[in-house]
Structures are given as C-alpha cells and as structure tokens.
Write a protein that binds this ligand. Structure first.
Ligand code: ADP
Ligand code: MG
Length: 230
C-alpha cells in the first residue's frame, strides 16, 4: 500500500501540536518516527487512525483521501493501530481478545487468525487466562496479534517496547522484521536500537514539526541519538 500524509496541522484548543507534517511510507517498509516526549508522535498516530481530526492537511491511502474517514472505516481499509500502553481487554481471556477482533473483521477461524496467534507462542499457552494476568510484554504481544488478526496493510505501533523485558522486545522485533514486505509499518519508538534494527526510514519530530527525514542507512546512530535524548 501507498501511504502518505500531506501538511498535517493539529491543535488542542489554542495550542498547535502538529505543524505541516508530511510523510510517506513505501509499500512493505517500516518508517520509524522519533522525537522527545511531547513532540507530537502519539497525536500524529491518532490522526492517522482517525481518532482525532487534523485541523489541516490530508491523509492518503493508495491515493484516496481518507482524512475524513472514521477509525472503523480505516480499520476496514487495512489500517491497524496498537496504542501506547496496549489497551487490551484485561477482563477477557487472551482467546476472547483475539476472537473479538477476528469476529469484528470477519477473520474468525481463518488462516489470518491462526497465523497472528502463531507469531507469539505464549498466546496459545495463555489462551484461557485473563488478559490482565499477562505480563506487560505478553500484553503487548497480545495487542500486536489482535491488530494482525484484522489482516492490516498498514500496522501502526506506538512505543511497543516501552517497559518491556528484553527477551520479549527481541521477539517483537523479529516478528516485525518478518512482517515487513507483506505490510507497511509506522513505528513510534524511543528505544533507538530497536528502531535502528527495524526501520527502513526515519522521520524526526520536534515540537510538532518534521526536522529531519531520510533512509535508515543514511542516518548514523550518533546522529539519531541527538533527537531522542530527553
Ligand atoms: N488530549 C490532549 N489535550 C491537550 N493537549 C494534549 C492532549 N494530548 C497531548 N497533548 C499535548 O500535545 C503535545 C504532544 O503530545 P503527544 O502527541 O502525546 O506527544 P508524544 O507522543 O510525542 O510524547 C504535548 O505537549 C501534550 O501535552
Ligand atoms: Mg506518545
């Protein structure tokens, strides 16, 4: 899929949080968005998912202007969002979390559902446990699997490694790298090594504006570090 944002502005009341943000994700690639706390990263992702409406600018999916589309319609068009802090249903079992997403997207019992679950073996082991009983890392894996059940063409992840133990970070990284090519990824990440291992391109946000963007191979670790130190 071709995904593009043009000149996006966003305001919370009178304060402007995004300023003329533009970006493009090539089919099958991962774009990592870096920036300090409060730079506007989560706000940008919410605009992509349609959870908040930008005050100006356009969001384009395969050339179609989807700026006014509801989150539901975007979801059906192939955009899936894993929010910061995961937000799984902690009262429902792991299985129920997965099955609810699959039913909502007509993928219940299909290969898409089986495959999403099989990417994270811990989910089958914990199938009948409540989501809230999982560790933070396991909940993140559940949140990603639940997004993948919808068979997205664009997967959006907001700080998926935040507060997660290293072995699970590694497992999530492997899955994302394996998925590239089949889908595009928009990744917001503060953990630089993870971003470097995963991204094909970078975009740096500072105070709501794009201050730099480019191919991953053209950006050194030392250079990127400058933009995320808090
Ligand atoms: N719902 C909101 N209402 C008002 N201001 C907000 C709201 N959400 C975020 N902000 C402000 O917008 C700015 C960008 O926030 P956010 O997009 O969450 O940044 P990041 O994800 O890069 O840390 C911050 O200054 C934050 O305080
Ligand atoms: Mg954020």
């Amino acid at each position: 899929m071709q995904f593009r944002i043009e000149a996006l502005d966003q305001h919370y009341g009178s304060s402007q949080v995004l300023r003329q943000v533009g970006l493009e994700i090539a089919p099958g690639e991962c774009l990592a968005v870096l920036g300090r706390n409060g730079a506007g990263k989560t706000t940008l992702l919410k605009c992509v998912m349609g959870l908040i409406a930008p005050s100006a600018g356009r969001v384009l999916l395969d050339g179609a202007d989807i700026t006014g589309w509801s989150p539901n319609r975007r979801s059906r068009a192939g955009i899936a969002y894993v929010p910061q802090g995961r937000e799984i249903f902690s009262e429902l079992t792991v299985g129920e979390n997965i099955e609810a997403a699959a039913r909502a997207h007509g993928t219940y019992g299909t290969a898409a559902m089986e495959e999403a679950v099989s990417l994270f073996p811990v989910l089958a082991e914990m199938w009948k446990r409540p989501g809230g009983a999982l560790s933070g890392g396991q909940q993140q894996q559940l949140a990603i699997a639940r997004a993948l059940v919808t068979r997205p063409r664009l997967l959006i992840l907001d700080e998926p490694t935040e507060g997660i133990q290293p072995n699970i970070v590694a497992a999530i990284g492997e899955v994302l790298r394996a998925l590239k090519g089949r889908l595009s990824i928009l990744l917001v990440e503060q953990y630089l090594d993870f971003a470097i291992e995963t991204a094909d391109a970078f975009l740096i946000l500072s105070r709501g504006a794009v201050v730099e963007s480019g191919r991953a191979e053209a950006m050194s670790r030392a250079h990127l570090t400058r933009f995320i130190a808090v």
